[in-house]
Design a protein around this ligand. Structure first.
Ligand SMILES: [Zn+2]
Length: 182
């Protein structure tokens, strides 16, 4: 799928909810979102928090797939998006990164939004949003996140970072059902 297909593609939103409906999501974006969600389930099966990410080039090549491996590695920075960026950025040029899309099963946290900024990736599609995710995370302190939207981080960037989400909320919520401690 050529970059030109997705470049500048904007989701239509439902005027009542301001949420994109599944039929408005580009089929290519939907396909890679499903892939990111599958990696979230892989993370969970392996004992980690259920998050996944996929990076796709502007020419439709899957450049990197990653999942959250904080429990497996003991590395608190091992989030899916940061893992994807860390592994990918030494391997490809800034130009390739600038034309790539990062798909994340959930809204990137502050750290991952920062990693995406530093990578130069300029398009992000995410599943469940951080506010909805907090319902699953609950009130336990070790499960709470820093409550700053990735959009606030991206808005501080001197280059534009297109951000689409939440999308496919039901599918993106599935990995979290019954996972978080209450
Ligand atoms: Zn993160």
């Amino acid at each position: 799928m050529a970059r030109s297909v997705l470049q500048g593609y904007r989701l239509k939103t439902n005027a009542m909810t301001a949420q994109p409906t599944p039929s408005d999501l580009h089929p290519v974006d939907a396909e890679y979102m499903r892939q990111a969600n599958r990696w979230a389930m892989t993370a969970r099966v392996r004992g980690n928090r259920p998050f996944g990410a996929v990076v796709v080039s502007g020419t439709g090549e899957v450049l990197m797939e990653a999942y959250c491996n904080t429990t497996e590695t003991g590395d608190c920075t091992g989030h899916a998006e940061t893992n994807a960026v860390r592994q990918l950025s030494p391997k490809v040029s800034r130009e390739v990164l600038a034309r790539s899309t990062l798909y994340s099963s959930a809204e990137p946290c502050v750290m991952c939004a920062g990693a995406i900024f530093w990578s130069g990736i300029r398009r992000v599609v995410f599943g469940i949003d951080a506010v909805s995710l907090r319902v699953f995370r609950g009130e336990l302190s070790e499960q709470r996140d820093a409550e700053l939207s990735c959009r606030d981080v991206f808005a501080a960037s001197p280059h534009e970072i297109e951000c689409i989400g939440p999308v496919m909320r039901e599918e993106s919520s599935a990995p979290h059902i019954g996972f978080w401690k209450t």
